[in-house]
Design a binder for this molecule. Sequence first.
Ligand SMILES: [Mg+2]
Ligand SMILES: [Zn+2]
Length: 178
Amino acid sequence: MKLIILDRDGVINQDRKDFVKSADEWIALPGSLAAIARLSQAGWKVVVASNQSGIARGLFDMAALTAMHNKLRKELAALGGAVDAFFLCPHGPDDGCVCRKPLPGLFHDIARRYDVSLDGVPAVGDSLRDLQASVQAGCRPWLVRTGNGEKTAASPELPPGTEIRDDLAAVVDALLEA
Ligand SMILES: [Mg+2]
Ligand SMILES: [Zn+2]
């Protein structure tokens, strides 16, 4: 099985400093959904692993999150793509959960759900914590320069071997060429 794990905000859609709180505020980045559709059509299973502490902060509820993901799914389906599943951490930074990235809990959930090892599975993120969580689970980290990515690219803590591309479309180009 060809599996890829994507962060959401700053990778698939525009991030916002005040959190993406509704379907109206969920706006795809240029080319991101077409890139996911190319993966789907090439037989990849695409899953999303996302911190959504806005839930714990009371900024939006699960119904709003579902509405955002329904919008994503609808726009993606129109391009011939699909997300297989969303793995979400709804907790806040002080909740002591094991799923909030940079901890690898969401990645371990994905490994269990699909009954696979994540060794070498590509994981795409725009923040350091995405990359840190993914390498702890054995994934191969890919950094995009969208969202927080430009800042992240300059970090001295970037995990060794991190591949850097301009955006998700460029990551998909590299994966489909390989
Ligand atoms: Mg992000
Ligand atoms: Zn959590």
